[in-house]
Ligand binder design. Structure first.
Ligand code: NAD
Length: 472
């Protein structure tokens, strides 16, 4: 039986390996991690991440050909293919701080692979890494003293949280980059054979190593750029009376543009977009491409501007102060159908409102109180601006932030309501009931365009919805 091991049992390692185990019953898959609680959760009834369809797949394969373990060295040494799917966050200190990728976890995984390997291996970059990382990994692996031969492949992951299982089951494409040598080509074929169990051949793309590494950064930069582009339009819509949803619909009908990823919002979040663009900015700077770096930097700056613009709109609409006013926040995850709050716009929006001493009552169906309090007291990387987005100390968090069990509890006696995640349940709320229990005038600030503006205005709310004509 072929053995695969994946180092890193996170949002990518867990679901991708579960899908491989499901589709390849002839392959034994071990997912390993240094985090004891994370592995314990993968082996329990309550998985460490929420992803529609994941539970079923894990339950079908666990203990059959899918195993979760903290015995990293054992499983790495037994595997023929080792995926590395560890976190690659933005560096917080030293050279390149605030932009460059922190490859500490990757380096330690590579050193461990070099130390424990006794047989030839294909090492697969599943994490998103800077272009040319494979060169560094090859240097580290070459220190193995047991005559082992390693082939490095780049196989970046394009899944989106919230739809990960569907994305893995029917990917637009699987990308595999390898060295253009006989051994490199053989390794590419071996990984291709794994995906060929369920992915049609024309969707498995092969390129050189550097193209595959760079394609992941480029894909995220292009996706985030679309969001920043429509968000930039949303500001202009509000100033001119145009409706951003109508503009998005009209431009999306152009087949050269397409309709996906054109929803205006309070801003993009998640662990990847900002981090990967900053990484791209850093790589451009290191290559002396300053104008190109500045171009991509704007995508992140527009995103920061959009969050700060939203906060300003809330405060200015509520008579220029939210001090002592209760504001219900519906949604804290960075998008619907996930409990992930990494880089969620809700953090900056909440911190902005708390900066003006608002009292927040937060509800999200998949985010825990512990996550919310941790996120609101964390330090945020400061992109030169905006000054008012400051982290909260823990005691303020306890005094000013309440975490509610549902949308109705959150909105009780609230002066305003902010929708920050597009959960389906927020479309179906009884807004009449919510209006009755709120202070008057009652404000809705819809950062995701989920509410029906016309209906809400009929009920009596004063409504601000991103990119929509303002209340008459
Ligand atoms: P994550 O933080 O959820 O998981 C990473 C895991 O790696 C953690 O559980 C950590 O304990 C483990 N780890 C770190 N060092 C280790 C080591 N030396 N040995 C064993 N385990 C170790 O991260 P994630 O969201 O799964 O992302 C992983 C990579 O995939 C990142 O590079 C990310 O940019 C990329 N990516 C993420 C997504 C996404 O939607 N989350 C999508 C595509 C690509």
């Amino acid at each position: 039986m072929v053995k695969i091991c994946c180092i890193g049992a996170g949002y990518v390692g867990g679901p991708t390996m579960a899908m491989i185990a499901l589709k390849c019953p002839d392959i034994e898959v071990a997912v390993v991690d240094i985090s004891v609680p994370r592995i314990a959760a993968w082996n329990s009834e309550v998985l460490p991440i929420f992803e529609p369809g994941l539970d079923e797949v894990v339950k079908a394969c666990r203990s059959r050909n899918l195993f979760f373990s903290t015995d990293v060295e054992k499983h790495v040494s037994e595997a023929g293919i080792v995926f590395v799917s560890v976190n690659t966050p933005t560096k917080t200190r030293g050279l390149g701080a605030g932009k460059a990728a922190d490859l500490t976890y990757w380096e330690s995984a590579a050193r461990m692979i070099a130390d424990v390997s006794k047989s030839d291996k294909i090492v697969v970059e599943k994490s998103t890494v800077p272009v040319k990382t494979a060169e560094a990994i090859e240097k580290i692996l070459s220190h193995n003293n047991k005559g082992v031969s390693f082939q490095i492949l780049s196989n970046p992951e394009f899944l989106a949280e919230g739809t990960a299982m569907e994305d893995l089951k029917s990917p637009d494409r699987v990308l595999i980059g390898g060295r253009e040598t006989p051994a490199g080509r053989k390794a590419v074929q071996a990984l291709k054979a794994v995906y060929a169990h369920w992915v049609p051949e024309d969707r498995i793309l092969t390129t050189n190593l550097w193209s595959a590494e760079l394609s992941k950064l480029a894909a995220n930069a292009f996706l985030a750029q679309r969001i920043s582009s429509i968000n930039a339009m949303s500001a202009l819509c509000e100033s001119t009376g145009a409706d951003v949803a109508e503009v998005a619909y009209a431009i999306g009908k152009d087949s050269r543009i397409g309709s996906r990823f054109l929803n205006a919002s309070v801003g993009f979040g998640g662990s990847c977009f900002q981090k990967d663009i900053l990484n791209l900015v850093y790589i451009c700077e290191c290559n002396g491409l300053i104008d190109i770096a500045n171009y991509w930097k704007q995508v992140v700056q527009i995103n920061d501007y959009q969050k700060s613009r939203f906060v300003q709109r809330v405060v200015s609409s509520m008579f220029n102060t939210v001090s002592g006013k209760k504001i219900a926040v519906l949604g804290f995850a960075f998008k619907k159908d996930t409990g992930d709050t990494r880089e969620t716009p809700a953090i900056d929006v909440c911190n902005g409102l708390l900066g003006d001493k608002a009292l927040l009552s937060i509800y999200d169906p998949q985010v825990t109180e512990q996550q919310i309090r941790r996120d609101l007291s964390m330090n945020k990387f400061d992109w030169d601006h905006p000054q008012h987005l400051q982290p909260l100390n823990l005691s303020d968090s306890v005094n000013l932030v309440q975490v509610s069990k549902d949308a109705y509890e959150a909105t009780k006696n609230a002066h305003g309501l902010c929708i920050l995640t597009e959960w389906d349940e927020f479309r179906k709320l009884d807004y009449q009931k919510i209006y009755q229990q709120m202070q008057k005038p009652a404000f809705v600030f819809d950062g995701r365009n989920v509410a029906n503006v016309v209906e809400l205005r009929k009920i009596g709310f004063i409504v601000y919805s991103i990119g929509k004509p303002l209340d008459p």
